[in-house]
Design a protein around this ligand. Structure first.
Ligand SMILES: [Zn+2]
Length: 257
């Protein structure tokens, strides 16, 4: 059986996959305030049993097969791999901050993943100020001497700007104020992009648009969000800066390929 958590590798430039880096400013509902959660501490980190997740979110079934745990109800199927940090919700892959753990043979998910990933996906209507913004900062990735990925169709920087322009028109037609970090093929440093975003006083979201390169099987959209404090960037080791306070606290749904 194919591993359901297989991901594509970014080793060849045969196809371009749109990547959107999105950040939303929103509070998170903490699992620890609910007394019915079955919690334990592993390596100083709080975990919640998948059995209490099943009860809290009204899953009708929880099945385990080898290392795969499936939670199921009429609308949602959640697949988690014990020891793994990837999760499929209705077939869409999400990357957890911490691996699924076990204690006394029972599977547990970290509280941070429950609060900041699983809960907002399963109960988006519980995100207090979701959508409560009128300003969108669009950041076409790369530009100028930094061309980004390339293939026979051209350079990523061009397509990022093209897509950002189309998104800008659509957002403005719906009444959003849109600020672009660049409007032409110029180089802007990452810090300059951050400075543009931080200068905005209103509630806003920041969306950085990229075309990723991958192998010929790669399709669809990948969405990255800022990881919670104390969680390293996906695929890299923990750094001191990962413990810095961050005001961005929520997770965006990935769009299914
Ligand atoms: Zn890029």
């Amino acid at each position: 059986m194919a591993n359901p958590f297989t991901t594509f590798t970014c080793t060849r430039l045969l196809s371009l996959v749109l990547m959107i880096f999105s950040l939303v400013i929103a509070p998170v509902h903490s699992a620890e305030t609910n007394p019915s959660w079955e919690t334990i501490t592993i390596d100083g980190r709080q975990y919640v049993s998948l059995n209490s997740v099943k009860n809290a979110y009204k899953f009708t079934k929880m099945e385990s097969s080898n290392k795969l745990v499936t939670l199921q109800n009429a609308k949602v199927s959640v697949k988690l791999n014990i020891g793994g940090n990837e999760c499929l919700m209705n077939g869409v892959k999400f990357v957890l901050s911490h691996e699924i753990a076990t204690s006394n043979g029972k599977p547990y998910v970290s509280q941070i993943d429950l609060a900041k990933l699983i809960d907002p996906v399963l109960r988006p209507n519980f995100i207090n100020n979701a959508g409560d913004f009128r300003t969108v900062v669009l950041d076409p990735g790369h530009g100028g001497s930094d061309t980004g990925a390339s293939n026979s169709l051209g350079y990523e920087a061009f397509y990022n700007l093209k897509v950002a322009g189309l998104v800008k028109s659509q957002l403005e037609s719906k009444g959003f104020k849109v600020i672009m970090t660049r409007n032409s093929n110029v180089f802007i440093s990452l810090q300059e992009r951050v400075n543009i975003a931080n200068a905005i006083k209103d509630e806003a979201i920041f969306v950085s648009i990229h075309f990723n390169s991958g192998n010929s099987n790669a399709r669809g959209i990948e969405t990255f969000t800022l990881s919670p404090p104390s969680v390293p960037h996906y695929g890299s080791g923990i750094k001191e800066s990962d413990f810095a306070t961050r005001m961005v606290t929520n997770t965006i749904l990935q769009t299914s390929p």
